[in-house]
Design a protein around this ligand. Sequence first.
Ligand SMILES: Nc1ncnc2c1ncn2[C@@H]1O[C@H](COP(=O)(O)OP(=O)(O)OP(=O)(O)O)[C@@H](O)[C@H]1O
Ligand SMILES: [Mg+2]
Length: 259
Amino acid sequence: MAETQERMHPSFINVIRQKERVRENLSGIRHKIGVYSAKGGVGKTTVAVNLAFALMKKGFRVGLLDADIDCPNVAMFLGIEERMEAKIPLRPVEKMGVKVASTSLLVDDMKKPIIWRGPIITKMLGDFFENTDWGELDYLIVDLSPGTSDAPLTIMQLLELDGFIIVTTPQRIAATNSIRSGLMAKRMSVNLLGVVENMSNGGVSKNTEEVAAALGVEVLGSIGLNQSFNTYSDSGKIPVIEDSSVMEAYSSIIAKLVA
Ligand SMILES: Nc1ncnc2c1ncn2[C@@H]1O[C@H](COP(=O)(O)OP(=O)(O)OP(=O)(O)O)[C@@H](O)[C@H]1O
Ligand SMILES: [Mg+2]
């Protein structure tokens, strides 16, 4: 190993060492699942939040990492007022027993824009992975930002995930971007756990079936377009906690995931 490292460019060695530190820091976590799509607004955060709380309701120990560094929304969806202390190790705040970490919990005003270039976002992601004290968890759910550049790329390189759930909607434009997202993950050797259709019109659309076929994975389930979600998120309420039919939809996704 030492000899191989001598022949490598220093930046590669840094990535390998950082990956080792991340692995060590997250060694108390049994499963790490990313929720991803290159397309914005398809419901990545909504799926990540509901999946985390559905897993908690089933008795698992769960963490939720908002890896959307510059436009973090997880804490707003959850109506969290508390803040994380800006000191190492970072300690997540808890809502109903789910541990939550986000850059938005480190700023004094969520409306303040976080205007950072790629390298700083990459640095911040690394800091979260290396320095957050999650303790022992059954599941860490990671909510990604859209796109196929800096932030998702860093997550694919640094985090040893069980895999990604790809979120899509019945629209063709979402399907095309979902295939693009899945192909990027495959290129980066990240497993795909399946596809979730969000904002569904009832049943799984043909476009989503095409996404699953193109990526060689199964459709884990579909979540209907639900007007109440906007009211829930405005008041920090979580659909799976409020509505048993939404919990049922997530239960069947979890059953497939666990299988
Ligand atoms: N099944 C649903 N029914 C109705 N509204 C939904 C549903 N899922 C998500 N939404 C709403 O759609 C909007 C976008 O959702 P969300 O923020 O989860 O998407 P995102 O993919 O995380 O977006 P971004 O790319 O900006 O991170 C939110 O207002 C959310 O409340
Ligand atoms: Mg989001």
